[in-house]
Design a protein around this ligand. Structure first.
Ligand code: NAP
Length: 242
């Protein structure tokens, strides 16, 4: 493994993922910019490098086995992997009332937000296992919290009624807990983060936080000390109820 900490951020060409890459790069880490579109990826890498980040492009479509396998190979050539941030995500498009949602919309959300994360983690695990302090951060959302979505307090039932996006994050939460259980006797810490309501393409820029603010929770979970938590679900203010 390399002396330098190496991170991979998926969906890092824009939005919160770009700012996570910038924030980790500002710590002197080498950062793989995972993105599926060549032009968008190269533009992001150039911008990060112009800001002094040791960035490199990683062609990556999280729904594609071959693409993910090639990304793992590229990381190995770059010196390995210490920190994986699974940030890539989609809503599937709104509206998504359960009485009218297209099954295909639900399938697409789960393909990217859940199966995509599993595919990337499992491909990267052999590299992460060689790291002294491996971390996995899965970008979830507080709309995946069943406790909040089923609350009678309107302040907690945030986001639109959404039968594809919100349950896909609940599913991601559940899978992450299972990873934490399986990996509990290793040095790998795996946690879920919610960035808050951030102005990005994902929500037509209606969010109230900046992508830089949204990136903070992922950066803090990516830089946890060795005795940090695992299997947790956090926003900046603290733990989120499941
Ligand atoms: N914005 C919010 O308020 C908010 C709130 C809670 C949670 N989140 C979560 O935060 C994460 C980042 O969201 P964001 O707001 O920054 O969204 P965004 O600006 O739409 O960025 C999403 C990123 O994911 C990438 N992506 C989508 N499908 C992909 C695939 N199949 N393979 C690889 N990359 C793919 C996109 O790439 P392209 O450019 O190629 O499409 C883009 O880089 C998501 O997981 C989201 O669910 C966001």
């Amino acid at each position: 493994m390399s002396e330098t900490t190496i991170a991979l951020v998926t969906g890092a060409n824009k939005g919160i993922g770009y700012e996570i890459a910038a924030g980790l790069g500002a710590r002197g880490w080498k950062v793989g910019v995972g993105a599926r579109d060549d032009a968008r990826r190269e533009a992001a890498v150039e911008k990060l490098r112009a800001d002094g980040v040791d960035a490199f492009g990683v062609p990556l479509d999280v729904t594609d086995d071959a693409s993910v396998a090639a990304a793992a190979q590229l990381l190995e050539e770059q010196g390995g992997l210490d920190v994986l941030v699974n940030n890539a995500g989609i809503t599937g498009g709104m509206p998504q009332e359960p009485t009218a949602v297209a099954i295909e919309t639900m399938r697409e959300a789960v393909e990217v937000n859940v199966f995509g994360v599993v595919r990337v983690i499992n491909a990267m695990l052999p590299l992460l296992r060689q790291s002294a302090s491996p971390r996995i951060v899965n970008m979830s959302s507080s709309v995946g919290s069943l406790a909040r979505q089923s609350s009678t307090d309107d302040a907690l039932t945030v986001g639109p009624v959404a039968a594809a996006y919100s349950p896909s994050k609940t599913y991601l939460n559940a899978v992450t807990v299972q990873y934490a259980r399986e990996l509990q006797d290793t040095n790998i810490l795996i946690n879920l983060g919610c960035p808050g309501f951030v102005a990005t393409d994902l929500n037509g820029f209606r969010g109230v936080r900046t992508p830089e603010e949204g990136a903070r929770i992922a950066i803090s979970l990516a830089t946890l000390p060795d005795d940090g938590p695992t299997g947790g679900y956090f926003e900046e203010a603290g733990a989120i109820p499941w």
